[in-house]
Design a protein around this ligand. Structure first.
Ligand SMILES: [Cu+2]
Length: 498
């Protein structure tokens, strides 16, 4: 029974739903509308870091990013949602400055977690970060909160406007008084359902009993609708160590290169003749300096291009080799909509940008899948099936206290879920009834609603041995348009002459 302290800050900045590839590997290039501007200014409010970044398909207004920080919001502590995702960009100041979904809150059954939340929504109108004269939008529109599913708390920690009462344990500090005044909170105490810009609030949530084990969503639930559709959501993972069949234990040794910001690839350099970047007539994502590459790296799919400091010269090209996959891995996926962009998985769209999860044949894969937005989805991984574990017993108390290890679903091949729902399941080691045999290769992992899938709600599971060269993955070829009447006539002619 531990208390886990987590520091989260809400920030606003640009977000690219296609950070790796300006195309859809599933339906071929040319199908994806790409932003004509392609350049945004990224600003990290606490470190002061600012840079111009190339984007392929940014959301139309600033995203609202929940970002992990060290104690007292001293410095960003960004971590990838899925370090074994081939396509997830660098989440730090040098990359996307946070993730969608936001920080994963992880604890064990019985633990309490204290979420120190600070609101740094500084959106201006018009949404033009380079326009210094732009005015901040109204404080009420920039007021936010955090609300959690699956765990226990009193109403003061519910974060659900307008129902949460003032928290008598959290007086408003003199330094925050003007901010709370600006949204009409005149009393002496903070209110967790309405945290004003520059204000803070601590939520205390409890993973009470084995019934809280699993994966749950948390999200903004304050004054304005639409904040969740700008990215203000995250996942809670409650582990149940008693669940020997389904649990995974993610130690640094099981992360790629021992790091939450690691990648499934080990860069393997192929020296080439110095050449200009002009030869790359394709947008690529700037991944900034990386270890071993004092200049920086650009990535087009899984081809890594090393560039010099001024990004004017190509200094090398690398495909990379796959790291040896871990024996246990956790994969978290949120199927949701981002404003103006439609269907996303983890804030990204189209195969090649969405998660391509890398695992080995013997990896125990713990999946946590959640839905958010207006639509219902159906989760499907080709070549894999599972059962959802749940409680044993028939009374509410028995259900709440039982270890949640009983297989309670039928044999699942495609699972329906929707806004605010989540489920977790485990694919055990090895092959058999539940796993593809042979396992190697790339498997589609998508929403099975055709319209959602064709709008980019599709990722993949890539099963590798480790050590092999990461060759470019399969891409669709453009499907020709309907044949003209002339070409159809030409096809018919031979049969007519018979
Ligand atoms: Cu769907």
């Amino acid at each position: 029974m531990a208390t886990v302290d987590i520091w989260i800050q809400l920030e606003n900045h640009a977000w690219d739903v296609c950070p790796s590839l300006p195309m859809d590997r599933m339906t071929s290039a040319g199908t994806l509308p790409v932003s004509p501007l392609r350049l945004v200014i990224m600003h990290s409010p606490v470190t002061g870091m600012s840079r111009t970044s190339r984007v392929n398909r940014p959301i139309t207004t600033d995203a609202l990013i929940l970002r992990r920080y060290t104690t007292d919001w001293r410095s960003p502590d960004d971590r990838k949602v899925n370090p074994w995702d081939l396509n997830e960009p660098d989440p730090t100041d040098a990359g996307t400055m946070g993730t969608i979904p936001g920080p994963t809150i992880e604890c064990n059954v019985g633990d309490t977690f204290r979420i120190h939340f600070r609101n740094l929504d500084m959106r201006t109108t018009p949404a033009a970060p380079w326009d210094r004269s732009a005015a901040l939008i109204s404080e009420l529109k920039r007021t936010h909160s955090l609300h959690a599913h699956g765990v226990s708390f009193p109403t003061k920690y519910d974060g659900a406007y307008p129902l949460s009462p003032p928290d008598r344990d959290q007086p408003i500090e003199p330094s925050e008084r003007p901010f709370w005044d600006s949204i009409g909170v005149k009393g002496p105490y903070k209110q967790g359902d309405r945290v004003p810009p520059l204000g803070s609030f601590a939520y205390v949530w409890e993973a009470r009993g084995p019934a809280s084990a699993g994966v749950w969503i948390y999200h903004d639930h304050s004054i304005c609708d639409g904040n969740v559709a700008r990215g203000a959501l995250g996942l809670i993972v409650v582990h149940n160590p008693a669940d020997k069949l389904n649990e995974v234990d993610i130690t640094p040794a099981r992360l790629p290169d021992g790091s939450w910001t690691g990648s499934p690839l080990v860069p393997k350099s192929i020296p080439i003749k110095k050449g200009t970047l002009g030869i790359l007539d394709q947008p690529a994502v700037d991944h900034g300096p990386t270890p071993g590459h004092p200049g920086g790296t650009l990535r087009i799919g899984n081809v890594v291009i090393e560039v010099d400091k001024a990004m004017g010269w190509v200094t090398g090209v690398s495909l990379g080799t796959y790291r040896e996959p871990p024996d246990q891995a956790q994969f978290l996926l949120v199927f949701h909509e981002l404003e103006g962009m439609g269907m996303c998985i983890n804030g990204r769209q189209y195969l090649g940008n969405t998660p391509t999860l890398v695992a080995g044949a013997q990896t125990r894969m713990r999946f946590g899948v959640a839905g958010m937005g207006d639509a219902f989805h159906t989760f499907h991984i080709h070549g894999h099936r599972w059962v959802v574990p749940g409680p044993s017993g028939k009374t509410p108390t028995a259900i709440e206290q039982s270890p949640q290890t009983e297989p309670t679903s039928s044999f699942e091949d495609t699972k329906v879920f929707g806004p605010g729902t989540s489920f977790a399941f485990t694919l055990e080691e090895g092959t058999g009834l539940f796993r593809a045999d042979p396992p190697f290769g790339e498997w589609h992992m998508h929403c099975h609603v055709p319209m959602h899938m064709m709008h980019g709600m599709a990722g993949s599971l890539l099963v590798v041995k480790g050590g092999e060269l990461a060759m470019p993955l399969s891409e669709a070829r453009a499907v020709p348009r309907n044949r003209s009447r002339r070409s159809l006539r030409a096809r018919r002619r031979p049969s007519m002459s018979r």
